[in-house]
Design a protein around this ligand. Structure first.
Ligand SMILES: *Cc1c(COP(=O)(O)O)cnc(C)c1O
Length: 430
């Protein structure tokens, strides 16, 4: 037996693979019936070798395309050198990464973590600590404002303020200290932050999981102003919207298509706590981060927060490579231009198919609202048919289909994809 190789052979067919997962894995997901085996750029292949366009991009983690050569190469190089030290010691490339990412996004400091949920938890802890140390909120009274239909991850604290019953139901008792207000409602925010115990306002600039819920243009900017006036931290969860997905480096950058050290446009909002994940690694590795300036980040002292894997040497190299791809390939501009084309293309299809009620989104984070009830299987059936026709997308909230291809997609590929979508919707009649 060759001990250098994994000698357990995998399933030979998609049927076998699905059967194995169903028998041995917890049923905490309901996947589309397709078994992916390989990926490159905008494409993925199943076990049988059928090729698909990936229009989910692992919930926007794979913005740079599957297995981007420079990300893979950075990862391979580092895994042969040093993979983990823990933060008990300094690591030779962590400071380099920290300098890179803070300059890239324009903050004093970064706190590195692994998953999106961990980064959100981190931001919550920083906001609470800041409330007690700086804002002088009485002990254990700090409050964080969140929004209806939010999605910030799956930990017990985070699901405590979810308004989705599948996410919260049966998982109590819930963590106190959170208040939910309607999304896209500045009046509600104004009232909520009048409470002097409010530490932060945790918000997605566009609600991805809720079905690409886009607030009005000035929402985040005005929310920021309201927070500032009330001495409340704006905590922007850009785990899904960030890193060029919505046509700018961050969704809070408004229309700016630069990649970092930009001339900030008037619409630019600099969140007090910026939460990143997903595409921070281009999908190669779990890498997340919280960015803040010293006035906020300095409330965290040794021993108060940490993670064995957070900021590990592989994550550091992968994230530098992943962000460099975004900048060097100007993915924000591509997302902005092709996103516009996508929505125009869907509007054309809507003239032929009354299954399409609405298309909405920004950049290449878009959703099509299906003209049927959320309880119907229409969106799911359409996704299964699109899969058969060579394009992978997933329904969310029953009757909404999210379309979010890797940002490396070309105009020609996008046209091919619109043809697949058109064909599928027309086949489904009406
Ligand atoms: C995906 C997501 C998270 C959670 O990230 P995980 O890596 O799955 O823990 C948090 N916030 C938003 C907005 C997300 O889309």
């Amino acid at each position: 037996m060759n001990m250098n190789e994994n000698t357990i052979s995998g399933p030979a067919t998609s049927e076998e693979a699905m059967d194995l997962e169903n028998r041995h894995g917890a049923h905490n997901y309901h996947p589309l019936p397709v078994v992916l085996d390989r990926g490159e750029g905008v494409h993925v292949w199943d076990i049988e070798g059928k090729m698909y366009f990936d229009f989910l991009s692992a919930y926007s983690a794979v913005n740079q395309g599957h297995c981007h050569p420079s990300i893979v190469s950075a990862m391979q190089k580092q895994t042969g050198k040093l993979t983990l030290t823990s933060r008990a010691f300094y690591a030779s490339n962590l400071g380099k990464y920290e300098q890179f990412i803070t300059e890239f996004f324009g903050y004093d400091k970064v706190l590195p973590m692994n998953t999106g949920a961990e980064a959100v938890e981190t931001a919550i802890k920083i906001a609470r600590k800041w409330a007690y140390d700086v804002k002088k909120v009485p002990a254990n009274a700090a409050k964080i404002i969140t929004c209806t239909e939010n999605f910030h991850g799956r930990t017990t604290t985070i699901v405590s303020f979810s308004t989705d019953n599948d996410a919260t139901g049966g998982f109590g008792p819930y963590t106190p200290g959170f208040e939910v207000i309607p999304y896209n409602d500045l009046e509600a925010l104004r009232e909520a932050v009048a409470d002097p115990n409010v530490a932060g306002f945790l918000v997605e600039p566009i609600q991805g999981e809720a079905g690409v819920n886009v607030p009005h243009d000035d929402y985040i900017r005005e929310a920021h102003a309201i927070c500032k006036e009330a001495n409340v931290l704006l905590m922007a969860d850009e785990v899904q919207t960030g890193i060029a997905r919505t046509g700018s480096l961050l969704a809070t950058c408004g229309n700016c298509s630069c990649s970092g050290s930009c001339e900030r446009q008037p619409s630019f909002v600099k969140a007090d706590l910026l939460i990143l994940g997903k595409a921070l690694s281009g999908g190669a590795y779990p890498v997340s981060a919280v960015l803040a300036d010293d006035a906020v980040m300095s409330v965290i002292q040794p021993g108060q927060h940490g993670s064995t894997f957070g900021g590990n040497p592989v994550a550091a190299e992968v994230a530098i490579a992943a962000l460099s791809v975004v900048r060097d390939e100007d993915l924000a501009l591509n997302a902005r231009t092709l996103g516009q084309k996508f929505r125009t293309g869907i509007e054309e299809i809507a003239k032929e198919s009354n299954l399409i009620k609405l298309v909405r989104g920004r950049g290449l984070l878009n959703a099509v609202i299906i003209n049927d009830s959320p309880e119907s299987t229409t969106a799911w059936d359409l996704c299964v048919s699109m899969k058969d026709n060579g394009l992978l997308a997933k329904p969310t909230h029953g009757n909404i289909i999210r379309f979010a291809p890797p940002l490396v997609i070309t105009e020609t590929q996008l046209e091919e994809c619109l043809a697949i979508i058109r064909k599928t919707f027309v086949e489904h009649g009406k």
